[in-house]
Design a protein around this ligand. Structure first.
Ligand SMILES: Cc1ncc(COP(=O)(O)O)c(C=O)c1O
Length: 364
């Protein structure tokens, strides 16, 4: 088969192992396997949302609304924007791919941190464009290094806040100064997949930045705190010009019907997110305390996951993920995230965090 030549440079995304596969591989009871590998919510969708999803099953002989009108209307009201300033995707991952499709081509460059969310590099390389990477500084995006990496060929800058895979957070005042250095015809994609977990007072200021600069796109998702990653729905707040470009390349029915309904119903339960934020916060503290008690170092996080330093344990760092898996706990190996010597662990329920800490202590 003669595939497009740029595919040769694309590295396959390695997702967190599914519970059933791990249970089968190690002869474990799937009910007892804990997945803390993919920055997912440990809690299911809200019961009201589950009800809405189930009701939609009866309508599945119809295509979903190609324009996501109801969801966009609710998002527009919430953020004080117009539906023409919104794009909705099959997860925000899909939006990253569409944005790359409309901005990148051979000869163009995309700038992002190293390490960062792996989809940026994949989407860039799939377009035959050149990834230009700036190393992190103290586990955080180094805005000066990123600004220095921007050239006349840069068409997209991808920036996560909080950052994945480290969970670090940068104040929006700094990001705003950084945004001012990006040329107007270059898109600044502010990926805020974990925004709802942030406990800083400026957490909504990415939207202010979007108002000031039409080349900013703010991406958010229902995959994380809303617990809907299995349905795939994310959205972007962008200029009408960017929305129109994305509309030209996306497939017409890209967001399925239950996903649209579930996202809409979730938006109506905003006040309940506070409980989930509090649970995540308590889980972070539980993990910090448990790791500190073990003498294991970790990176402070503003998100629902954290990097744990597994160097210097009696189990070699590279073997820790597999040893944890054998014991029924799935985490993400740092090596697959360009963070060798670390594991990335999602914040689970109190019981899940305890099992993780106990199993890790057994490898110490
Ligand atoms: C930084 C970042 N952006 C985007 C996504 C994709 O989320 P979605 O499920 O909305 O595609 C993730 C998922 O882990 C992520 O970590």
């Amino acid at each position: 088969m003669k595939f497009v030549p740029q595919l040769e440079n694309v590295t396959l995304y390695v997702a967190g192992a599914p519970v059933e596969a791990v249970a089968r591989r190690y002869g474990l009871d799937p009910q007892k396997v804990i997945k803390l590998a993919s920055n997912e919510s440990p809690l299911p969708p809200f019961p009201e949302v589950l009800e809405v999803i189930t009701r939609k099953f009866n309508d599945l002989n119809r295509y979903p609304d190609s324009e996501c009108r109801d969801l966009k209307a609710a998002l527009a009201e919430r953020y004080g924007v117009t539906p023409e300033e919104l794009v909705v995707g099959n997860g925000s991952c899909e939006l990253l791919i569409w944005l790359s499709l409309v901005m990148l081509e051979p000869g163009a460059e995309a700038v992002f941190s190293d390490p960062t969310f792996l989809v940026y590099e994949e989407a860039t390389r799939a377009r035959g464009a050149r990834p230009v990477k700036a190393p992190l500084k103290d586990f955080a995006n180094d805005l000066e290094a990123l600004a220095a990496a921007v050239t006349g060929r840069t068409r997209i800058v991808f920036l996560t806040n909080p950052h994945n895979p480290t969970g670090s957070y940068l104040p929006y005042a700094d990001i705003s100064r950084f945004a001012a250095t990006i040329p107007e015809d270059c898109l600044l994609v502010l990926d805020e997949a974990y925004n709802e977990y942030v406990e800083e007072p400026d957490s909504q200021d990415g939207l202010k930045l979007w108002r000031e600069r039409p080349n900013v796109v703010v991406l958010r998702t229902f995959s994380k705190i809303y617990g809907l990653c299995g349905l795939r729905v994310g959205y972007g707040i962008c200029s009408p010009e960017v929305k129109e470009a994305v509309d030209k390349v996306r497939q017409p029915f890209n967001v399925n019907m239950p996903a649209q309904a579930a996202a809409l119903a979730s938006l109506g339960l905003e006040e309940r997110l506070q409980e989930r934020r509090a649970l995540n916060n308590a889980g972070r503290r539980q993990l910090y305390d448990g790791l500190a008690a073990m003498g294991v170092k970790y990176v402070q996080t503003q998100s629902n996951f954290m990097l744990v330093d597994v160097n210097g344990m009696s189990t070699p760092a590279d073997n820790v993920p597999e040893e944890l898996m054998k014991r029924g706990v799935i985490v993400r190996p740092g090596r697959t995230l360009a963070c060798p010597g670390y594991i990335r662990v999602s914040v689970g329920t109190e019981a899940e965090n305890s099992v993780f800490l106990e199993k890790l202590a057994g490898l110490k």
